[in-house]
Design a binder for this molecule. Structure first.
Ligand SMILES: *[C@@H]1O[C@H](CO)[C@@H](O)[C@H](O)[C@H]1NC(C)=O
Ligand SMILES: *[C@@H]1O[C@H](CO)[C@@H](O)[C@H](O)[C@H]1NC(C)=O
Length: 660
């Protein structure tokens, strides 16, 4: 018996080794063949751009004429033509929207008689877009613009919205097939048909609420269908995170989504995605796993809707809203959005010869000047020690996304989420001194007396990370509860409200989305979990001990998942307070000398000043600079309950204050 087993094991072991070796050999041969295909054949001089007419009135651009090829293996051959956008009928072209990918990994193509190096991602796109029998006219930034010529780049980027608006199609290149994406070609139409049947039946139930018969009636694919996975996974591709795509999609006449071998209208994809994620409820069910990619499609949809309906899109809102979108060059975080802004966007000068810090500083000042308020200051949150660009504290560093929710934010469709008027209707008139200090009018109204724990930024990309943070959150609420004496039954002096009401309004930094009564009910439901936390708090264990944190996190996650499914089945209503607490990420609770309670940005310290500034919709936290000068550091904005609506504002006390 044993002998037989041993023989079997040995045979298997040998078989395994042989197949392993064979697969290595196969990979090596494939890699060599591929390298020969794409790299060996092209030699020659590097392509040199011809100068393009710099007169912006003539709107001259270059177009790629992509030559046909019978097979994929033939090397890519293009010509560059210069044409004027003023003459759109003569040159029908399509614009490519793609993601650069690693700029150091390149492939070469033939341009006329010379060679041109482009990133691998663009290379695969061109290979797929090539017709068999005729050439194709295309526009792609990396080829059509000389990326090392700052003047040309600035003037071409200013034309970008026109370039995409004039294109017959915008070809969105997502890359080759991966993670079930090959199924989408068939899956998306199936989903859209099911959507139609469900709509005809006027059914609004989500996937968990309908049974199998109903599902079969609509011919809706079951939840186990890998097509859903393909649909959700595809939005985690890098293209969806790029900042440039917002303008490229928003201004497109017709977008075509291209992935591997299939092409489908962007509109169909968007519709299917929104159907699956919002109508069928996959978004709530999978928010733990999908993380932020869940917002990318609806965000693009909004940008499209706003542009095509001419809705106002101030540059400040665009910048705040798309802050986590990615750009290879830091200045592109601004330049990529300036083109679709409906206000001061035009005052932002697209100029690649300026340094990044100059661009950021000029943008901050330009928006303050044109809006006559200090909303932009809410977008910078000072952090000790992280400032390699040497930006003054009043200039937002757009490279980082780790700032608390700014207290000026509006929702996507422009409705206000916060409505603060801490200094009435006053307007600002900023000046900048020769050393770069920002001069404003204002005065110190209070000092910080107590600061609480810091609510860490959380990017729960993984289930594990979100489990890990459950316990930290619990400790924070416990501590803030003590600082504010929330459950003491006392009255809050500044406004006469009950302290518990003030406590939860502080946790939401004054968010008024769903009305006072409903938010209070939501808080009360949330507050019932407090005894559980208090109980755990009183257990004689070291609370920051990792195994304990994990255990606590797992239990809380299970409880919250359970709650979530109840909400999906429409059996519970009030699970949203915990979700709304995203409002305080990056903040600490503070109490002032005068007894105000509120939330300030993470770097706040005891003895910092609370200042009211002309044109500021909210109070700010400022700190005297250590060098003994009269200058201040702007630490960040703050929510102080009872100070947000102008009752304490006295313009006569204003004097000049300088911020560096
Ligand atoms: C791009 O422009 C720069 C600056 O004008 C020039 O030096 C460079 O040769 C140009 N590159 C190509 C490939 O023509
Ligand atoms: C771009 O910025 C540079 C450096 O600040 C400046 O010299 C140049 O004049 C600017 N270009 C334009 C077109 O304004």
């Amino acid at each position: 018996m044993l002998e037989r087993l041993e023989r079997l094991a040995r045979a298997h072991w040998r078989g395994f080794l042989v197949s392993f070796a064979a697969s290595i050999a196969y990979n090596i041969v494939a890699a060599v063949l591929e390298a020969r295909q794409t790299r060996v054949s092209l030699t020659g001089y590097n392509y040199k751009y011809e100068e393009i007419c710099p007169n912006p009135e003539l709107k001259v651009i270059r177009l790629i004429e992509l030559h046909p090829a019978e097979s994929e293996d033939e090397s890519i051959q293009i010509y560059l033509r210069t044409v004027s956008l003023l003459d759109p009928e003569r040159h029908r072209y399509e614009a490519i929207s793609y993601c650069w990918g690693d700029p150091t990994v390149t492939e070469c193509i033939r341009c006329g008689g010379s060679v041109l190096w482009i990133t691998t991602n663009l290379f695969t796109a061109l290979r797929r877009f090539r017709h068999k029998d005729r050439s194709r006219l295309l526009w792609a930034d990396a080829i059509c613009i000389n990326q090392s010529d700052n003047d040309e780049k600035s003037s071409q980027v200013r034309m970008m919205t026109d370039i995409y608006r004039n294109a017959d199609h915008v070809l969105i290149w997502l890359g080759e097939e991966e993670h079930y994406s090959e199924l989408l070609d068939k899956f998306v139409p199936r989903l859209l048909e099911a959507k139609q049947r469900r709509e005809e039946a006027r059914d609004q139930r989500n996937l968990l609420q309908i049974n199998r018969q109903v599902r079969d009636l609509y011919r809706l694919p079951p939840i186990a269908d890998p097509g859903y996975r393909g649909l959700l996974r595809i939005t985690s591709r890098p293209w969806f995170r790029r900042v440039w795509i917002i303008q490229e999609i928003a201004t497109a006449r017709e977008g075509l989504l291209c992935c591997g071998e299939w092409v489908m209208p962007w509109e169909s994809f968007k519709e299917a995605w929104v159907f699956a994620v919002e109508d069928l409820g996959l978004g709530i069910a999978l928010s733990h796993i999908l993380g932020e990619s869940i917002n990318s499609v609806s965000r693009l949809g909004w940008a499209q809707y706003s542009v095509s309906n001419g809705l106002p899109q101030p540059i400040l809102q665009l910048l705040a809203y798309h802050r986590d979108a990615e750009a290879t060059k830091p200045e592109d975080k601004i330049f990529a959005l300036a083109g679709i802004a409906t206000d001061g966007g035009t005052q932002i000068e697209i100029n690649y010869s300026k340094s990044v810090s100059q661009v950021y500083r000029d943008t901050a000042l330009a928006t303050m000047m044109s809006d006559q308020n200090l909303d932009i200051l809410s977008l910078s949150a000072y952090q000790t020690g992280v400032n390699d660009l040497n930006l003054p504290s009043w200039v937002p560093d757009w490279r980082t996304n780790e700032v608390p929710i700014p207290l000026m934010l509006r929702s996507v469709h422009g409705a206000s989420i916060f409505e603060f008027r801490a200094t009435g209707e006053s307007k600002c008139s900023p000046t900048v001194s020769s050393e770069g200090a920002l001069g404003l009018q204002g005065y110190i109204i209070d000092k910080v007396a107590v600061t609480g724990n810091f609510a860490k930024y959380r990017r729960p990309r993984t289930l594990f990370a979100s489990i890990w943070h459950h316990w930290d959150d619990a400790i924070n609420y416990g501590e803030w509860d003590q600082i504010s004496e929330a459950h003491s039954g006392k009255t809050y002096e500044p406004t006469g409200e009950s302290i518990l009401d003030v406590f939860w309004q502080c946790l939401l930094v004054g968010l008024h989305e769903h009305g006072f009564e409903q938010q209070r009910r939501e808080f009360e439901a949330f507050d019932q979990t407090y005894p559980r936390q208090k109980l755990v708090n009183s257990l004689p264990i070291p609370h920051r001990w990792p195994p304990f944190k994990i255990l606590y996190g797992v239990i809380s996650t299970i409880l919250s998942l359970d709650l979530m499914f109840n909400v999906l089945r429409r059996e519970a209503r009030d699970h949203s307070f915990a979700q709304k607490l995203a409002t305080i990420r990056g903040r600490r609770m503070i109490k002032t000398k005068e007894g105000f309670l509120g939330m300030a940005t993470g770097d706040v310290k005891v003895d910092d000043s609370i200042v009211l500034l002309r044109g500021g919709h909210v109070p700010f936290v400022a700190r005297k600079m250590a060098d003994g000068s009269q200058h201040h550091i702007l630490v960040g904005d703050c929510y102080l309950h009872g100070l947000m609506h102008g009752g304490a504002w006295n313009p006569e006390r204003c004097e000049a204050m300088w911020f560096l």
